[in-house]
Ligand binder design. Structure first.
Ligand SMILES: [Zn+2]
Length: 831
C-alpha cells in the first residue's frame, strides 16, 4: 500500500518537474534530424500532442478530420498572459471586425496564422512546422518569447494530411539505402494521382471560398471564428525554382488596400534579410498573383488579413535532387528555408503589432461604412428554392450576412443576365444582400458581375461571379437597401401522409432533385420523366419533371417509401390522383419515359486529369449518394462494358483509344460522356461525327508581324482563356438541357469549339453565337475564335449516344448549375 502511494507521489512530483524541464526538439522527439526522413502525418500529430503536454504556452485544437480519418489540428501559441484568455482575444477580434458586437479592449496580441502543406506532395513545410513550433515554445529562446508578448501564433501543421501521407508513403516505399539525387530516378516520379490533392483529388488551395471539401469546411469554419491579421500559406514549387515570398505579382484585385500591398513588402523585406544573410536565392513580385478568391493568400486578404503564399523549390525532390544548375537540393535545406520565413514573419508581426491591428480595424470599419463596388445591394431572384438555399449556405459559410425580400419592392438595377439596367419587383423570398457589412470585400469579389483585371497574365481563372455559377437571375442595385426579413417565408414542404396517389411528381431543376432521384433508386423505386411540360393538380410541370407512378412500383409500401424519402430530403412532391392531365400528354403516353437506373463507370488512372475525375467521383459519392465504379483507362480492354450503361471520360489524354470496343458498346445502347480534352481525343475516331472548328487565321498577315522576344509572355496570352464566362444558347427541350432555361453560363478554360452538327448527325444542345462573352479574361484571338459553334452536343449512335461536354461542367465543384447539366447527361439523355 505504502509502496503504491509512493509511486503515485513520485509520478506527481515527476510530472511537476517535467513541466519545468526542457521541451524536446523535433530531432530529439523523432529520433532523427529534421529533413533526413519524411515524417508520416501521425508522427507530426504525436509531436504536436507532446508539445501540448509539455508546454504551458499552447493550446491544441482538433477542428476536424479528413476523409481518411486523419485529424486536422490547430496549435495556439501565446505568452503566459495570453494563453489563458484565448476566447477573450478571439471574441475581441471579432468585435473589432464588427462580426460580433460588444466592447473592445486594446491590450490584445496581433494574430499570425501559419498554414502548412496544403498540397500533400509539397511536404517540406510540415517538417518546418514542427521546428517553428519548437522555437516558439522553447522557454530558453529569448527572441521568440519576446515576440509572443504581443503576438498570438496559430500553427496548422498540415492542411492536407491524406495527400501528405500519400506522398510520404510513396517516397518511403521506393527509395533505396540512400537517396538518389538523379532527377529522373523513380523516387522523383510520383505515380498517379500524386499527393497534391486530397482524398477526392481536390486541390484544397482552390477551395477556400467554395468550401466543397470537408477539410476546407472545417478549416474555414475555424478561420472565420478568428480572422487573423496575418496568414501564410506554405507551398513548394518545381525543384529548380528559388524561394518565393511576398510581395506577390500583379494582378492584384483592385479591392486590396494600399496597406495590404505595403505590408507584403514589409514582411517580404524581413524574410529577405535572412535569405541575404545565408546567401539563399529567392524572388518576389513574380508568377503568384492575387485575384482568384479561393486561395490561401487571396481569401485571407479579402477577409482583412495580410495573406501570403511562400513557395520553396522542391516538388518531386525527395530527400535530395540535382537541379538544373547542378546543385543538390536537399530536404534539410528546404525545411530550413520554410523555418526561416515562419520565424521572420512572426518577428515582423511582433515589431509592427499595433499597425497590423490598426489596419485590420480600418479594413473592417471601411467594409461596414464604405463598401467597395458600384452596387450596394444585390438581389438574387428566387425562381428555385434549392438553388437559393445552396447559395445562401455558401454565403453563410463565408460569414456574409444576407436576408430575404425588401420593404419597397420596386427597384432598378443591373440585370446580370442581359447586362441592362432594368426595373424589377423584388419577391418576398428573393435573396437580398446589403453591401454594408463586415465581409463587404469578399462579398464584392464573389458577386461583382465582371472582374476587373488590371493585368491579364494571371495564374488562374478570372471569372467566378456567383449568379452565373448558380444559374440564378440577379440584380446589382446602387442604393443601400436592407432585406425585409432574416428568414425566407417558405414553409418547409409538408410531409405527405396517408396518400394513395396514381403518381407523384417532383421538379427537376437543381442538384437537390438529382439527389432525390438517387435516393429513390436506392430504394428500388422506378421513376419516369416527362419529356414535355404538362398541367396537373393546378400546377405546370416542366420537361424533365420526375414521375413516380404506382404502375411499375407494385409494392405495399409504395406511398410510404416515396413520401418518406421526400420528407427526409425536404423535397416537395405533388401527388396526382389521375393519369389524365389537364394539358399536355397523359402519364401513359410515350412522352413519359422510363428512366433506366444507369450503372455508371468513371475512367481513372494514368492519362486522366485526376482533379477532373475527382469532381465526378465526389459528386456521385459525397453529393448524390449514387454508386459509381472507377476503372483505370488501361483496364478498359479487359472490362465487360455490357455491365455498364454509362461511361464517363473526364478531362485527360487518351492515347491508344479502344475505339472498336467502345463504339460497339455505344451501338448496343451505351452512353459515353466525354468532357473537356476527352472530347478532343474522340475527334477523328471511327463513328465520331464531331469536328473541331479550326480558326481561320490570316497567316500572310501574321508572318509580317515583327515579334519582340521580350514580349513573348504577353503575346502568348492573346490566344489564352484562363477561365472566362460565356453564355450558351441551350436547347432545353433536349434531355441534356432539362431543368435549365434556354441559356447556360459556361466557364470556359480554353478556346476549344466545334462545328455544329448537320442534318441527322447529332443534336446541337449548347451552342455559342457571336458576342457570347460575359466576364473574365479572354485573349483577343481566343475571343474571336469562340464564335458560332458547338460546346454541348449529343450524337446518337446505334441504340446509344455520345455526349460531348467541351467545358468541364463540374469545375472545382463550385459551378453549381453545371451539376444539373452533368446529371442530365448521366440520367436523362438516351432514355
Ligand atoms: Zn502548392
Amino acid at each position: 500500500m505504502i509502496k503504491k502511494l509512493l509511486v503515485v507521489l513520485l509520478a506527481v512530483v515527476s510530472a511537476t518537474v517535467s513541466f519545468a524541464q526542457k521541451i524536446q526538439s523535433p530531432d530529439e522527439f523523432l529520433g532523427y534530424k529534421l529533413g533526413t526522413q519524411f515524417t508520416p502525418h501521425y508522427r507530426i500529430v504525436e509531436y504536436f500532442k507532446y508539445v501540448a503536454q509539455a508546454s504551458k504556452n499552447v493550446k491544441l485544437q482538433q477542428f476536424g478530420s479528413t476523409n481518411e480519418g486523419r485529424p486536422l489540428l490547430a496549435m495556439f501559441i501565446a505568452s503566459d498572459e495570453n494563453i489563458g484568455r484565448l476566447e477573450e482575444i478571439r471574441h475581441n477580434n471579432l468585435r473589432v471586425a464588427g462580426v460580433e458586437s460588444g466592447p473592445v479592449i486594446t491590450n490584445v496580441p496581433v494574430i499570425t496564422w501559419l498554414s502548412y502543406n496544403v498540397h500533400g506532395n509539397e511536404p517540406a513545410s510540415s517538417e518546418a512546422a514542427m521546428w517553428t513550433l519548437y522555437d516558439l515554445v522553447d522557454p530558453s529562446n529569448a527572441q521568440t518569447q519576446a515576440w509572443l508578448k504581443n503576438t498570438l501564433v496559430v500553427i496548422d501543421p498540415c492542411l492536407n494530411p491524406d495527400g501528405r501521407d500519400r506522398y510520404v508513403n510513396f517516397y518511403n516505399s521506393v527509395h533505396g539505402l540512400s537517396p538518389d539525387a538523379y532527377p529522373t530516378s523513380r523516387e522523383h516520379a510520383e505515380p498517379w494521382p500524386g499527393g497534391r490533392v486530397n482524398h477526392y483529388y481536390f486541390d484544397l488551395n482552390r477551395d477556400w471560398a467554395w468550401q466543397q471539401q470537408k477539410e476546407t469546411q472545417a478549416r474555414v469554419g475555424l478561420y472565420n471564428q478568428w480572422l487573423p491579421q496575418i496568414h501564410v500559406d506554405y507551398h513548394e514549387q518545381g525543384p529548380n525554382a528559388p524561394y518565393y515570398f511576398a510581395p506577390a505579382a500583379e494582378p492584384y484585385h483592385k479591392d486590396l488596400t494600399q496597406w495590404q500591398r505595403d505590408a507584403q513588402v514589409l514582411i517580404g523585406k524581413n524574410n529577405a534579410k535572412y535569405f541575404d544573410q545565408n546567401g539563399w536565392m529567392y524572388f518576389t513580385k513574380y508568377e503568384f498573383d492575387l485575384l482568384y478568391p479561393s486561395y490561401g493568400d487571396t481569401y485571407p486578404l479579402y477577409n482583412g488579413s495580410i495573406g501570403m503564399t511562400y513557395e520553396q523549390g522542391g516538388i518531386g525532390a525527395g530527400l535530395a535532387v540535382v537541379n538544373r544548375s547542378g546543385d543538390t537540393l536537399t530536404l534539410v535545406q528546404r525545411v530550413a528555408h520554410h523555418h526561416s520565413t515562419g520565424l521572420s514573419t512572426v518577428e515582423t508581426a511582433s515589431a509592427n503589432a499595433q499597425k497590423f491591428k490598426d489596419e485590420f480595424k480600418k479594413f473592417y470599419d471601411n467594409s461596414r461604412t464604405n463598401p467597395p463596388g458600384e452596387y450596394k445591394t444585390y438581389v438574387i431572384k428566387n425562381d428555385n428554392n434549392n438553388k437559393i438555399n445552396a447559395m445562401a449556405k455558401l454565403l453563410a459559410r463565408n460569414g456574409i450576412q444576407y436576408g430575404f425580400g425588401l420593404a419597397n419592392k420596386s427597384v432598378t438595377g443591373y440585370d446580370y443576365m442581359n447586362g441592362k439596367t432594368e426595373a424589377y419587383t423584388v419577391g418576398p423570398n428573393d435573396l437580398v444582400v446589403n453591401a454594408y457589412q463586415p465581409k463587404a470585400v469578399l462579398l464584392h469579389v464573389l458577386l461583382e458581375p465582371k472582374t476587373i483585371i488590371p493585368d491579364s497574365n494571371t495564374y488562374d481563372i478570372t471569372a467566378w461571379s456567383l449568379p452565373y455559377a448558380f444559374g440564378l437571375k440577379a440584380y446589382g442595385i446602387k442604393e443601400s437597401l436592407k432585406p425585409a426579413s432574416a428568414e425566407w417565408s417558405i414553409a418547409a414542404p409538408k410531409p405527405l401522409v396517408n396518400t394513395h396517389a396514381y403518381a407523384y411528381v417532383s421538379s427537376w431543376s437543381s442538384v437537390a432533385d438529382v439527389k432525390f432521384l438517387a435516393a429513390l433508386f436506392k430504394k428500388k423505386i422506378k421513376v419516369r420523366y416527362a419529356e414535355k411540360s404538362f398541367d396537373a393538380a393546378g400546377k405546370t410541370f416542366a420537361p424533365g419533371s420526375l414521375l413516380i407512378t404506382r404502375a411499375g412500383n407494385d409494392r405495399a409500401d409504395f406511398d410510404q417509401v416515396v413520401t418518406q424519402t421526400a420528407a427526409e430530403l425536404n423535397q416537395e412532391v405533388t401527388p396526382l390522383s389521375s393519369g389524365f392531365v389537364d394539358k399536355g400528354s397523359d402519364l401513359g403516353s410515350d412522352a413519359v419515359r422510363y428512366i433506366r437506373q444507369p450503372k455508371v463507370m468513371l475512367v481513372a488512372g494514368d492519362g486522366v486529369n485526376s482533379e477532373a475525375m475527382g469532381e465526378v467521383w465526389h459528386l456521385f459519392e459525397a453529393q448524390l449518394g449514387y454508386p459509381i465504379t472507377l476503372i483505370r483507362y488501361q483496364d478498359i480492354p479487359r472490362t465487360r462494358l455490357a455491365d455498364f450503361d454509362v461511361a464517363i471520360f473526364p478531362d485527360g489524354r487518351y492515347d491508344d483509344f479502344p475505339s472498336d470496343k467502345l463504339q460497339n458498346w455505344v451501338r448496343d445502347g451505351g452512353r459515353l460522356i466525354a468532357i473537356d480534352n476527352a472530347v478532343a481525343s474522340l475527334v477523328d475516331k471511327k463513328g465520331i461525327l464531331l469536328k473541331k472548328k479550326e480558326d481561320k487565321k490570316d497567316d500572310k498577315d501574321k508572318d509580317k508581324t515583327v515579334k519582340i522576344y521580350g514580349d513573348r509572355d504577353r503575346d502568348a496570352i492573346r490566344g489564352m482563356i484562363p477561365g472566362a464566362i460565356f453564355k450558351l444558347n441551350l436547347d432545353n427541350t433536349h434531355p441534356l438541357g432539362f431543368g435549365l432555361p434556354d441559356y447556360y453560363y459556361s466557364l470556359k478554360m480554353n478556346d476549344d469549339i466545334y462545328e455544329l452538327f448537320g442534318g441527322e448527325d447529332g443534336w446541337n444542345v449548347g451552342t455559342i453565337k457571336k458576342d457570347s462573352y460575359v466576364s473574365g479574361f479572354a485573349g483577343a484571338t481566343a475571343k474571336q475564335k469562340i464564335n458560332n459553334g458547338l460546346l454541348l452536343g449529343v450524337q446518337p449512335m446505334g441504340r446509344g449516344s455520345v455526349v460531348y461536354m467541351v467545358d468541364d461542367p463540374l469545375f472545382r465543384s463550385f459551378w453549381e448549375n453545371g451539376k444539373l447539366l452533368f446529371s442530365n447527361a448521366v440520367f436523362m439523355v438516351g432514355q
